[in-house]
Design a protein around this ligand. Sequence first.
Ligand SMILES: [Zn+2]
Length: 498
Amino acid sequence: MKDFDTFKELQKTQKAYQYVLTLASWDSNTEAPKASFPFRSEMLGIISGEHFSLLTDKEYVETVNDLYENGEDLNNRQTREIEKAKKNLDKIVKIPKRDYIEYSKLLNNAQKAWEESKEDSDYEAFKPYLEKIIAMKKKMVSFRQKENQHAYDVLLDDFEEGMTMEKYDAFFNTVKEELVPFVKDILKKKSDEAPAFVKKSYPVDKQKEFVEYLLDVFDFKKDRGVLKESVHPFTWNTHSKDVRFTTSYHENYVFSSVFAAIHELGHATYEQQVDDVFDMTNLKSGASMGIHESQSRFYENMIGRSKPFWNTHLSKFKSMFPSQMKTIEVDDFYQAINRVDETFIRIEADELTYPLHILIRYEIERMIFNDEVTVEELPSIWNKKVKEYLNLDVKKDSDGLLQDVHWSNGMFGYFPTYALGSAYAAQIYYTLIEDIEFEKLVEENRIDKINKWLRNKIHCYGSSLKPREIMEKVTGEPFNPKYYIRYLKEKYSDLYLK
Ligand SMILES: [Zn+2]
């Protein structure tokens, strides 16, 4: 039998390549001058090719397969490492190389086609690409599908280990039954316009200063992380001592800058708090997309959009923007940052209507992989669902099914993790407030204590535990969407129905 040390040695070399690729990718998204891209693509193409050869190297494949089949002597952590390695391996080696290359080329071209058709709101131009992506995706999944396993279940599990249509159906049915009518009630009470101070101009240099202040408030470890700017905010890490994230600043939309920064801080804090014993393993990162999103949403919504938080920090914000914020008190501010409104665009949606945007995408993806809809019919199905759940009439496809990048990247099965993450966050929240004095700590500017709780309960494990194991360990029960509904109803009844 192959030994575990052989696996570690081979994996270390792969990791070295991965490290360089991650740093280069960070650089592409933050610092690299535009003109450097052709040269960079050529160089990185070579390194990616070498990396791919290492991932599919015969000795490595044999070692992983052998340890997976005959690993009775491995300890729990080693078993988990092999399990993850095997899963990643199957995604690559089970697919014929010819299909793999064809698919990569297709996605490259589709990316550009999507950007253009979104710009022109021209679905017809993107349709042939989408049709091919879906057909290729179904074919690629068929190589990995187990007997009686549904294609969409393979994809759902790729993004959230252990999740299936059956489980998501139960979750989204709850959202549909409980939340859709509640949102309709709330929307009847909303004000027509956002208050004027929301859309005022806030100088970007001052916004940056405020975000720097937030880094300290959330106790981000600057000796182990970096913040830069990029078009779309994201978080990246190579290991627990090098966590990098970005935000973007909008002069006329200061809250977007502030809450995007807090959201990414949630992701970044998670990565910084993974136990460093995992640094050299494939367990070094967060447990899953859903658990990761639960941490960013917890930061953004439960802390960042709470009244105790602004009881403490509004004075700082006002001191930086005295003219824009002159007459604004905490109550006005709290109402404004939690304002509910119908919107066509998912990424602009508020906390309450957000899961309905995900519900729409989940139902459509489910239909696509059940062969219940043609590519031709997608816009009309989309628009029908937007009308049903959000009561809006989609006038152009750029506000409809062309708005998200995911499908042009072949990422089907990803969307549901966004809603799942928010729901996980609510369940974790109700456990946390039993355990520690959450509101008091937020108001006393002691988020380090909340971080400590999150570290011990969730972050330290990296991905050595599965999402289901984390939820059970932290909250004492399996994932249950009732907490999410309860959280949203409590918060928004208080804001709108009193
Ligand atoms: Zn996120």
